[in-house]
Design a protein around this ligand. Sequence first.
Ligand code: ADP
Length: 163
Amino acid sequence: MRTAIYPGSFDPLTNGHLDVVQRAAKLFDRVVVAVARNEDKHPLFSLAERLELVKKSIGHLPNVEADSFEGLLVNYVVRQKAQSIVRGLRAVSDFEFEFQLALMNRKLNENVETIFMMPKDTYTFLSSRIVKEIARLGGDVAVFVPEHVQTALHAKFAPGTPL
Ligand code: ADP
């Protein structure tokens, strides 16, 4: 059983994340989308909300599940009996941080491999941060996130107004 962990803040999940999940699901027997608590990043959505949005987005993928974690990622990977970490690479700007993270995780546990996946080119400009900024300013994020994520963003930024 080859299991991969796809960790991230997912604040909130976007179509770019989903693209990576779908690609990973073809390569591994089991993929766990692992929502990091990351309170120090002051997420817009609570951990429970982020997890729920991920769960609703992966229902159509039988070998994908969602979970949350805190603490060291490599320890979580071992607890899940996984062998790999999946991360998305959008552009060269992601590379330096991701390279550092991957090598540090290898130092902490040399049995865990990090795999990088490139999303469809139309998602390379997409980030949770940009989606939140557009939604906060009242812009349309329908093409960037699943419908229920759009509804959740709307509820955060314009509570009480009809969708
Ligand atoms: P983190 O806070 O750990 O970076 P994110 O939720 O922002 O968490 O991202 C999780 C992973 O998904 C990271 O590897 C990030 O590079 C990747 N990712 C984010 N957006 C996209 C996208 N549009 N296309 C591909 N990968 C993405």
